[in-house]
Design a protein around this ligand. Structure first.
Ligand code: FE2
Length: 222
């Protein structure tokens, strides 16, 4: 079997893991980040996103019907207890081999049950000289799911955007890293809080950070 992933750091049991994708060329994803609809649920018009859910069947991805994202207020004080709706991922993106590889690798790495739903969030956070971009406006948080994968697709003219993991909210982060394109961090959401620091442009002009965030269960319902 083809080896898709090479682990560069493996923590005890499955708590969190950083992986580098060997066979995925992230450039294939980039065009699909240029027409993301705005995320209407946060102020400032700096975040753009789509969302779809899947199950893995053998070697195939099966896309599930459109639904609503729902997190309890315990997990998301900013946007909890609100049904959020986002446009689906582009069909042409879903058909890419690299997209299937990414979702299958998440499923395999987390040893998901065959029927486990996987939510795939496609997110661009932007910034300008006058406005920071905040990839995690809810602050240090858990999503209220089992497993999370944060996969970096692109960083364009930005500084910041460090991914932090915390064993407890008021402690220092146990993981603190800028994820570069092709890197995936897998997190046991029961054990860790996560956060991404704000971004600002490196030089004049706009900057952007493009990621896929995968989660299982998806927190999406009909
Ligand atoms: Fe999150």
């Amino acid at each position: 079997m083809q080896k898709v992933w090479e682990s560069t750091e493996l923590d005890y049991a499955f708590l969190f893991t950083l992986k580098k994708v060997n066979s995925l060329n992230t450039q294939g994803f980039q065009p699909f980040f240029n027409d993301l609809p705005i995320d209407p649920y946060i102020k400032g018009n700096y975040r753009f996103r789509r969302l779809s859910r899947f199950i893995v069947s053998g070697n195939k991805l099966i896309k599930l019907p459109h639904g609503y994202l729902f997190q309890g207020k315990d997990y998301n004080p900013l946007l909890g207890d609100i049904k959020r709706e986002f446009a689906e991922l582009d069909d042409a993106l879903i058909e890419l081999d690299i997209f299937k590889h990414l979702v299958l690798a998440f499923s395999d790495s987390c040893k998901l049950h065959p029927e486990a739903e996987i939510g795939v969030h496609q997110i661009r956070t932007t910034c300008s000289p006058t406005n920071l971009g905040n990839p995690a406006p809810e602050g240090i948080h858990q999503d209220g799911t089992d497993f999370i994968g944060i996969f970096s697709v692109d960083r364009n003219n930005i500084q910041g955007g460090e991914t932090h993991l915390y064993a407890a909210k008021k402690e220092k982060p146990v993981f603190n890293k800028i994820l570069h394109p092709g890197e995936l961090v897998l997190v046991n959401d029961h054990e860790f809080f996560h956060f991404t620091t704000p971004i600002k442009p490196q030089t004049e002009g706009q900057g952007s950070r493009d990621v896929f965030v995968l989660s299982s269960p998806s927190l999406i319902s009909d």
